[in-house]
Design a protein around this ligand. Structure first.
Ligand code: ADP
Length: 448
């Protein structure tokens, strides 16, 4: 069976480079698209062709569907990889790509729509036998907020139906707070997602964020590649991820994996995806599903030896999975540190010119980044500039490796969150793997 001739990468930064590298190894030509702010980006320089699609503002470039489709048509690309963020979970874009006779490297528009609406996603998972966080069956409003909150039991969290990136979420602990929480979450949701619909669920006190990576082909096969623990978060955004989770027992892993495989098969899902759960007192609660590759996918690659981007491309080209569930072996331990161009104390963005750049290396070390000495980090986009990923034979070795690598890592000219990761790797709780989703914020408050 054949592959694609030419893939257009509808993204920027490290993930665009990551996709480009996979394509090159597969003998596929690449087209980079970029805004005027990203002319000097590494993936633009390394691509076979590049097309400037607009000014810096994402809405006029990386989110501009017509410009991206035109770029694909002009260059003769036969597939588009959306990466993450931007248009990766936009069903209209997936649909438009396919209508132009180009393959969208991702799930069907129907599945993107279904999982993009978090209320529908939860309903679908309940029907598929997946345990979910207890909450409202549909949207809530200021009039029924108190009634629902009392049914669920305080504390509750109000979340945007079309939310993402931790935005549009408000916690309430009483009848007095909940009406306001619904109102505020709605306003935030409207501003960020153009949709003010919100729902409510029980707010778990000390859960871990555990997500399962799934891969499914168009021949009815669905396999899971184990979990990632992404509990280290700030403002509901992931900072540090690891696999396997220090908190899961083998039988818990297997039980959840079986439930997820069955659900994906029944759904007829295609492509890679992630089911996100909260895990508390030995119980899993589904929160949402991301129908795309995720930032933290490398930790799974390191412990399974499977290249997830190549798998995405193979699945989109119609190939069956080259492995079965029993072939998946989790080997050793992997950790990813997200390195942002931010002040490590105030978290204020720190764009600008990188004067000197030296990355760590050695056995089991991987740096996914588009940064180079002399590169200017533009102020217009997400502040993540690099991911440091290490693989060790066990968690202890992986932690030692993180520590060693952070000491080697030099980024001069801009501020980065490397010092935050240095603090994390030395912390006794982190050393033990003893943390939940609130740990980092509590810890930062203590330090302040
Ligand atoms: P987003 O799509 O914006 O990332 P998620 O639904 O994935 O939103 O939630 C992001 C994070 O918010 C979770 O990883 C968790 O830390 C926190 N969170 C979400 N729902 C709950 C809940 N019911 N109880 C406690 N924390 C929650």
């Amino acid at each position: 069976m054949k592959l694609f001739e030419k893939v257009l990468i509808a993204n920027r930064g490290e993930i665009a480079l990551r996709i480009l590298r996979a394509c090159k190894e597969m003998g596929i030509k690449t087209v980079a698209i970029h805004s005027t702010a990203d002319e000097t980006s590494k993936h633009v320089r390394l691509a076979d062709e590049s097309v400037c699609i607009g000014p810096p503002s994402a809405k006029d470039s990386y989110l501009k569907m017509s410009a991206i489709i035109s770029a694909a048509e002009v260059t003769g690309a036969d597939a588009i990889h959306p990466g993450f963020g931007f248009l990766s979970e936009n069903a209209a874009f997936a649909q438009m790509v396919e209508e132009h006779g180009i393959t969208f490297i991702g799930p069907t528009p129907q599945h993107i729509t279904m999982m993009g609406d978090k209320i529908t996603a939860k309903k679908t998972m309940i029907d598929l036998g997946v345990p979910v966080v207890p909450g409202t069956e549909g949207a809530v409003n200021v009039d029924n907020a108190i009634e629902w909150a009392n049914k669920i039991g305080y504390p509750v969290i109000v979340k945007a139906t079309s939310g993402g990136g931790g935005k549009g979420m408000k916690v309430a602990t009483s009848d007095e707070e909940v009406v306001n929480a619904v109102r505020l979450a709605g306003v935030e949701a409207k501003a960020n997602f153009g949709n003010d619909e919100v729902y409510m669920e029980r707010y778990l006190r000390r859960p871990r964020h555990i997500e399962i990576q799934v891969v499914a082909d168009t021949h009815g096969n669905a396999v899971n590649l184990g979990e990632r623990d992404c509990s280290i978060q700030r403002r509901h955004q992931k900072v540090w991820e690891e696999a396997p989770s220090p908190a899961l027992a083998q039988d818990q892993r297997r039980t959840l994996g079986d439930i997820v495989n069955k659900a994906m098969k029944k759904m007829g899902y295609r492509g890679v995806g992630t089911l996100e759960f909260l895990f508390e007192d030995g119980q899993f609660f589904f929160m949402e599903m991301n129908t795309r590759i995720q930032v933290e996918h490398p930790v799974t690659e390191m412990v399974t030896g499977i290249d997830l981007i190549k798998e995405q491309i193979m699945i989109a080209a119609g190939h069956p999975l080259s492995f079965k569930q029993e072939d998946i072996k989790i080997t050793g331990h992997a950790i990813e540190c997200r390195i942002n161009a931010e002040d490590p104390e105030t978290f204020a963005p720190s764009p600008g010119k990188v004067i000197a750049y030296h990355t760590p290396g050695g056995f089991g070390v991987r740096v996914d980044s588009h940064v180079y000495g002399g590169y200017v980090v533009p102020p217009h986009y997400d502040s993540m500039v690099a991911k440091l990923i290490v693989h060790g034979k066990n968690r202890e070795e992986a932690m030692q490796k993180v520590k060693r690598c952070l000491d080697e890592y030099i980024v001069d000219g801009i501020k980065t969150t490397i010092p935050l990761h240095r603090m994390l790797v030395d912390n006794p709780d982190m050393r033990k793997g003893d943390y939940d989703i609130h740990w980092l914020e509590k810890h930062l408050k203590k330090d302040a």
